[in-house]
Design a protein around this ligand. Structure first.
Ligand SMILES: Nc1ncnc2c1ncn2[C@@H]1O[C@H](COP(=O)(O)OP(=O)(O)OP(=O)(O)O)[C@@H](O)[C@H]1O
Length: 244
């Protein structure tokens, strides 16, 4: 499977709210692609549509050229971190991952590998409900890595991480991309993206405002943050909703 995410002409309304308004972009392998935009711009909705968790009103979303729902053993194709809080609180971290692994026919050994890889080796038997936000993020990453997928889609993976966790996450994302995977990372932390992303898709009000390399943006603006502000000035969702 070619590690790509291709989104074409996605439209999605929730009642009167236009969440996606013709979203199109392609995420390619070998580098981290940053996915940024103001609150409510449509980042999570795009990711949910790619994963088949929300149905678009129009348009297509393909992973490696096919819709996610047609993938057999999907975790071997796409690893996703959408909501790190989405776990059974009474289950241990290890059992949470074992349950996922069994559903996909992975060996239990793989669970221990991803626990180690995410720094949770010593916490695997602790109740996930008692985890800090940063630990939940790590557990969410562990789940995303379980199937060793060529495509990763991570919604705000830096959330809740302490400084050591942030450095670790930077390194991990760089390694995953260098291994030839397609890595899509949404974040509001422009300075973080400037560190790790080679490509950025900037969105506003459900559509793409810029889909370009970080170096191209930095050639026109002193920082990624300033480039972002210039592009999104008129696309702040909850303050501009009436203008739609
Ligand atoms: N299930 C839903 N029901 C109703 N409205 C929704 C739903 N999901 C998303 N929306 C709306 O769709 C728009 C896009 O939301 P989305 O969560 O995709 O944005 P986002 O870019 O991820 O924002 P944030 O940066 O705040 O996480 C918002 O106006 C949001 O309120």
């Amino acid at each position: 499977m070619e590690p790509t995410i291709e989104v074409t002409g996605l439209r999605k309304r929730y009642g009167r709210t236009v969440a996606l308004d013709g979203m199109s972009c392609t995420v390619r392998p070998g580098h981290v692609t940053g996915f940024v935009g103001p609150n409510g711009a449509g980042k999570s909705t795009t990711m949910r549509v790619v994963l088949g968790l929300a149905a678009p009103d129009a348009g297509t979303a393909l992973v490696g050229g096919v819709p996610y729902r047609t993938l057999r053993r999907p975790l071997t194709h796409v690893g996703a971190l959408l909501d790190a809080g989405a776990l059974q609180p009474s289950r241990s971290a290890r059992n949470h991952l074992l349950w996922l692994a069994r559903s996909q026919g992975f060996a239990a050994r793989r669970v221990d590998e991803v626990l180690e890889q995410t720094g949770l080796g010593g916490a695997g038997r602790r109740r996930a409900g008692g985890f800090s936000l940063g630990m939940r993020q790590r557990l969410g990453i562990a789940a995303a890595l379980l199937g060793d997928p060529p495509v990763l889609m991570l919604d705000e993976p830096f959330n809740g991480l302490d400084p050591e966790g942030i450095v670790w996450m930077r390194g991990l994302l760089g390694t995953l991309a260098a291994q030839g995977r397609a890595v899509l990372v949404s974040s509001h932390l422009m300075s973080e993206l400037q560190h790790i992303a080679a490509h950025v898709v900037i969105i506003g009000r459900g559509r793409v405002l810029a889909d370009t390399t970080v170096s191209e943006l930095l050639a026109a603006a002193p920082s990624l943050e300033e480039a972002y502000f210039a592009l999104t000035r008129d696309a702040v969702d909850f303050r501009g909703e009436a203008a739609r």
